[in-house]
Design a protein. Structure first.
Length: 404
């Protein structure tokens, strides 16, 4: 085979749900001069999907045409700095789509799965955590038990979704519409929930909770401290990225393990937390930081600081992105746990080769590259809906806009 060169790059958009604004998936396909040799990468930024497409198709594609797809490190840096201003979720997701596709391609050229390129497995499967929710502690308990019966060891417990069960507190006259929640009531309800779960279920399951940055900083400190006796596996996104200095206060108060980074988009956000040993798990959204290339570097740095990985794995990551997560999970010594949303039958049909979950673990498949494909004809039947997101229009009881 002659040295392949990049022949085409394009974004594939699809929404394999029922017109859900929250399932607008973006996958980048990098095709080469070698017939049938291509790579796929995840560029999913559900909330601004078409902006990512513009960056891929109008800015990255012309830069990449005719280049050697095997120079991943070179191309990542070239694309990263080409706009002069860099980083941010739109540009990083576009970059990730290309980056993961290049890793996929390199695996196909080598005849090896990506986890082999990353150093090989140091475990056979990646332990996952699933989400249990409910309106009352008893309902959450029932859902936790259901996952335990399926063999899961790690379960995230929420009551009423992020920020708790909304707010029925009185609003000022003329208050604007929005997704209202009550931070103080939420914080109190979380303690009540975990009191109940530990009293009824005991210690034989690892429990997690996601605050989703819904608390003011001092409430976050108080919640982490109040949950300490319940030995959480971790407390997730207890503060927004804008308030990371408060992590030091939480550390001084308690030993509740902390997971942070879902919203991070550049190294300046995680460096102080690593240097200060202020978190226990890094949980970036791999495509939002620019793909596998920066994520494997971040994982390695975290290893030296005694911090484990818990990459973001919600429903609005494409199956290609989930595959990349699992390849990195099984080959990172300091892997902690993998968030797992699961795939619908339609997604599995649209993306042949989805990583599989059996019992408590997710497994990459052993095909070369990321081991996953996309049925473009099927994807085209599910165009992304246009519309305005409601759930991120969050407000606290007096009507103030808040972090979602
Ligand atoms: Mg989260």
């Amino acid at each position: 085979m002659d040295q392949p060169t990049i022949r085409d790059v394009r974004a594939i958009l699809t929404s394999p749900g029922e017109g859900s604004l929250q399932k607008r998936l973006i996958v980048v396909k990098v095709e080469t001069s070698e017939p049938g040799l291509y790579g796929l990468g995840c560029a999913t930024f559900t909330q601004r999907h078409s902006a990512v497409r513009v960056v891929v198709d109008e800015f990255l594609r012309p830069l990449l045409m005719g280049r050697d797809p095997q120079r991943i490190e070179d191309l990542w840096q070239t694309l990263h700095v080409n706009a002069y201003w860099r980083s941010g979720p739109v540009m990083n997701n576009a970059l990730s789509g290309v980056d993961m596709a290049l890793w996929d391609l390199k695996g196909k050229l080598a005849g090896l799965p990506v986890y082999q390129l990353l150093g090989g497995k140091c475990r056979e499967g990646a332990a996952v955590y699933r989400h249990a929710d409910g309106a009352e502690p008893e309902e959450v308990e029932a859902n936790v038990r259901r996952f335990m019966e399926q063999g899961l060891r790690y379960i995230r417990a929420q009551m009423g979704g992020y920020g708790g069960r909304g707010s029925d507190a009185p609003r000022p006259e003329g208050a604007l519409p929005g997704a209202y929640f009550d931070p103080e009531r939420h914080a109190r309800s979380v303690v009540r929930l975990f009191d109940h779960l530990r009293a009824t279920i005991g210690e034989d399951v690892e429990l997690l909770h996601d605050v989703h940055e819904r608390l003011v900083p001092i409430e976050a400190v108080r919640l982490a401290k109040a949950l300490e006796p319940h030995r959480l596996f971790f407390l997730e996104d207890v503060l927004p990225p804008e308030q990371i200095e408060w992590f030091r206060l939480i550390r001084q108060q308690c030993t509740t393990p902390l997971a942070m980074g879902e919203l991070f988009v550049n190294a300046n956000e995680w460096k102080p937390l690593l240097e200060g040993r202020l978190i226990d798990f890094i949980r970036c959204h791999i495509s939002a930081i620019g793909g596998l290339t920066p994520a494997r570097k971040l994982a390695t740095v975290c290893e030296h600081f005694g911090i484990r990985t818990a990459w973001h794995g919600p429903g609005d990551v494409s199956p290609v992105g989930h595959a990349a997560n699992v390849h990195l999970d099984v080959s990172s010594l300091n892997f902690g746990v993998q968030e797992w949303a699961g795939f619908s039958e339609l997604e599995q049909e649209m993306f042949p080769g989805c990583p599989e979950i059996r019992g408590a673990y997710a497994y990459p498949n052993d095909r070369p590259g990321l081991g996953i494909d996309v049925d473009e004809k099927l994807a085209a039947k599910y165009p992304c809906p246009e519309g305005v997101l409601d759930w991120t229009q969050t407000r606290t009881p007096d009507g103030t806009p808040a972090y979602p």
